[in-house]
Structure formats: structure tokens, C-alpha cells
Design a protein around this ligand. Sequence first.
Ligand SMILES: NC(=O)c1ccc[n+]([C@@H]2O[C@H](COP(=O)([O-])OP(=O)(O)OC[C@H]3O[C@@H](n4cnc5c(N)ncnc54)[C@H](O)[C@@H]3O)[C@@H](O)[C@H]2O)c1
Length: 382
Amino acid sequence: MATDTVRMGVIGTGGMGSGHCSWMHETPEAELTCVCDIDPEVAQEASRKFGVPAFTSATDLLRSRLVDAVIIATPHYFHPPIAIEAFKRRIHVLSEKPIAVSVKAADKMIAAAEKSGCVFGVMYQMRALGRMQLAKKIVEEGRLGEIYRTSLVVGWYRSQAYYNSGGWRATWTGEGGGVLINQAPHFLDLFAWLGGLPVRLTGNTRTRIHDIEVEDEAFALLEYANGAHGYLYASTTEVPGHEQIEICGDRGKLMLQGSTIRVWENKQPIREHSREAKEMWGSPGSDEITLDIPAGQGKHQEITRNFCRAILYGEPLIAPGAEGIWAVELINALIMAGKTGKPVELPVNRARYERLLASLQATSAGKAKVEARRETDPHYVK
Ligand SMILES: NC(=O)c1ccc[n+]([C@@H]2O[C@H](COP(=O)([O-])OP(=O)(O)OC[C@H]3O[C@@H](n4cnc5c(N)ncnc54)[C@H](O)[C@@H]3O)[C@@H](O)[C@H]2O)c1
């Protein structure tokens, strides 16, 4: 691209999309040139607030020649069709999370991106956090050795008022899942990014405290190709909020909890010690290592800027869109395990999941009570 600014459009100017518009000026490489929302009043309000033209159809925005790239911040089901249309027009895409509701839809999106040669990113801003960047580096350098065990616990509380705030939320037809598809994806992504994807999963989902038709709690046992095991728990029913990832290997252990990262290196690899030690009660021992945590804050703006720099200068993406499928694999596998009561192999069988999703959509009762509200999560506007 010849210029040093990417002309950006934001599609879906609700809670998240209006947030993206309001902090676009913080990205020197981006210029907000237009917005789109299917609701004319919301589109007009965004147009007034941000001083750019508004469209009520994504197709019209993509045809307008006003954009080089778009951020898609609609409900999840619309991410793949809008992205595919953008890629066909050689427009770069930064999709909100999750990239899609089903792995089949995600496959199509990734194939369209590859065919177009455009940049495809996903808004997994937590990857930009300094401690997550460091964790990734430690795993990639092999400092944990062969992985023996993983665990993920993510509890992000949501009230009934949150669920009532949009007709699409927490319905099979509007959202395609509950905590797994909406709150957990950030941590499912980090978990898969650091520990890889399991090959098999046994688990369950249930609706514990909310008046919704989808799950507010999910739990699973994971099996990896090398024989390692893992545990996963996600809910919107827990206070105070909890975020924890553990990756334990032959040479060391990594623990991310809340805003802390701790890493231990074993004085001798476990397998080697077990084989060679003569003492009955011996242990390899371990040292907690001092860490130099890089500066990343995990803000949406860091992902937007990196995405623009990938378009302009070929900078490697922090969160490539194609990797967005990892969380979708975990989400689909766990919903399928919960609904069938059987272990599920990954990669998820595409046709089987489409059939299951269609049957869940057919049972969807929709929302009895909606008090429409589009508010950006105040945690993001501090
Ligand atoms: N990265 C993050 O931290 C983060 C945080 C919150 C939400 N999200 C994601 O952002 C997306 C939107 O969530 P939200 O909370 O902003 O929802 P929201 O309901 O507040 O906003 C969605 C907006 O999209 C509009 N819309 C619906 N269909 C459309 C279409 N086909 N074309 C154009 N506009 C359309 C709606 O009118 C609405 O204004 C979801 O995918 C969600 O997972 C990401």
C-alpha cells in the first residue's frame, strides 16, 4: 500500500464497535472513514458522534470505496459472511472474537482470506499483554519441556441484565452458545496458543443460575496427542472473577493467575530424575525464575495498530485470524460433548456440528425479555 494510513470502516457500532470508533484516533496508522450498523438510529448516532458517513448495510459500506480495511463488531454469526464479502473485494478484515460460531463457517472465512491475499486478524487483545507475550516466548523456547498437564479456569461474571440487553445474546439462533462462545474465547484462545489443542475432550455444559437457553457453565477433561491431560472450566457465575492457566512440563511450570505470571524451572528434567535418582524421597527440585515482563497492556488499540502495520509494512500479526479457529474448535467440541454425553475428537467433525447446531437453533425459544442496551464494557474505557 502506497500511503501510510489505513482507511478503516467499523461494521456494527454497538458496545464494542463504538468503542473501536472512539479510540481509532489512538492508532496513528488508521483513519476512521465510515461506519455501518443495521439499525438506522444506531448508524446515525455513530455518524454524528464520529463525523463520518454511515451505512445500514455492510455490502454498501464495502462497495463504497471508502475503506481499505474493516473491523467487524456485529454479533458473531455475521462475522464470516461479512468477512468473506470483504475479502472478495480485496478489503482487509479485523474480526471481533470469536471469528465464527462453527468450525465450518471459520474454515470458509480462512479459505477466503487466503485466496484474497488480504490481512486477516482477530481481536484477541489479551495476546498483546506483556505477561502473555512472555509466556508464549517461554513455551516456544521449550523451557517447560514436554507438556504433562494443562488447566484453564475462567470465571467472568455476568448478570441477568447483561443477558437481557440484546435479543441476540445467549440464544442458539442469535449467538450460538453461552459462556463458551462469548466470555471464554479470550482465554480459550490463550490456552490453545500456549498449550496447543487437545485431540479429545470429555465434558459437559449446563445453565446454572441465569434465565437463558444456552450454557453459563462448562467443564471438560482434555487429552493431548502426547498423552498429556488437561482440565478446563468456564462460567459466568463466579465472583470475584477468576482467570488461571497452568502449563506443566518435564522441565518446568508456568502459572498465569489474574495479573501475575510465575515460572519455575526444574533443576533436572522430571523423567530423567525419576529414572536416575537413588533417594527414595528425592525430587528434582525447582527454582522460580525472575521475569522481565514486556510492556504490552492487552488493549484493543494494540491489536488494531498491529493489524494496520501488518497491512502497511508486513508486520507479523499478534493475533492472526486463521488462529481464531482454535477457540472455535474448543467451543464446538465442548458444546457437542455436553449435548451428546460422549467424548469428542478434535478437529471437530464439521458436518456433525452443523447438524447439532441446526437442531439447537430449531429448539430456540428466543428471548422473552429484552431491554436493548448497547454499552461498551467500562473496563475497556478506563
Ligand atoms: N474483544 C473484546 O474484548 C470484545 C468485547 C465485547 C464484545 N466483543 C465482540 O463484539 C461483537 C459485538 O458485541 P457487542 O457487545 O458490541 O454487541 P452489541 O449488541 O452491543 O452491538 C452489536 C451491533 O451490531 C449491529 N448489527 C447486528 N447485525 C448487523 C449486521 N448484519 N450488519 C451491521 N450491523 C449489525 C447491531 O445493531 C448492534 O448495534 C461480538 O462478536 C462480541 O463477541 C468483543
